[in-house]
Design a protein around this ligand. Structure first.
Ligand SMILES: CC(C)(COP(=O)(O)OP(=O)(O)OC[C@H]1O[C@@H](n2cnc3c(N)ncnc32)[C@H](O)[C@@H]1OP(=O)(O)O)[C@@H](O)C(=O)NCCC(=O)NCCS
Length: 155
């Protein structure tokens, strides 16, 4: 049984560790980015048998908009429904707070990078629509086309 809850400071290093289990998805600079983003963002974690196995970090952009900055489920637990449970909880919580538009950036399919095929399908199945592709996106490594996905939240 999965439990989803808001993370506290004590969860930070565990979330960093989860990101580290996914080197095909996150470059080596990401653990430090997760650390530096932590205090200004809200993070939800997913637990199974009292162990944190997944995280979604959200940054508010304005009163009515927010972005999912980081989403990760421990490598060997992917595909078990935890990511969906986390995203559903985030969507519900943000909607109750008055957020109307939620964004997530991901590697566009035009990169032709196999690991992200499942990731792109995941966001589309969770209700996100591709709005644009930016290449290069400032701050991203060259050669990584950034797909901007958005979802309107219904209160
Ligand atoms: C994206 C991610 C957070 C989703 O979490 P998750 O727990 O794996 O997600 P779920 O199990 O709820 O759903 C995964 C979906 O992919 C499908 N899937 C197929 N093959 C899969 C695989 N090898 N691994 C994971 N999911 C797979 C599942 O069947 C499911 O399909 P559905 O959306 O039609 O229901 C997680 O897979 C992950 O950490 N990926 C690597 C990091 C990443 O890409 N982060 C996002 C960057 S933008």
């Amino acid at each position: 049984m999965d439990a989803i809850r808001l993370a506290g400071r004590k969860d930070l290093e565990r979330c960093v560790e989860i990101v580290r289990t996914l080197p095909d998805y996150f470059t080596p600079d990401v653990p430090d980015k997760v650390r530096s983003d932590w205090t200004r963002c809200a993070t939800w974690v997913g637990e199974r048998e009292d162990r944190v196995l997944g995280m979604v970090m959200v940054e508010r952009r304005s009163a009515k908009t927010a972005e999912i900055l980081w989403a990760a489920v421990q490598a060997e637990h992917r595909g078990g429904g935890l990511g969906t449970a986390l995203v559903n909880e985030v969507i519900g919580a943000l909607g109750r707070e008055g957020v109307e538009l939620l964004e997530v950036k991901t590697l566009d399919e035009s990169a032709d990078y196999e690991p992200y095929v499942v990731t792109v399908a995941f966001w589309e199945r969770r209700g996100f629509f591709k709005l644009d592709v930016i290449n290069p996106l400032p701050g991203w490594h060259p050669g990584n086309p950034c797909a901007i996905y958005v979802q309107a939240l219904h209160r």
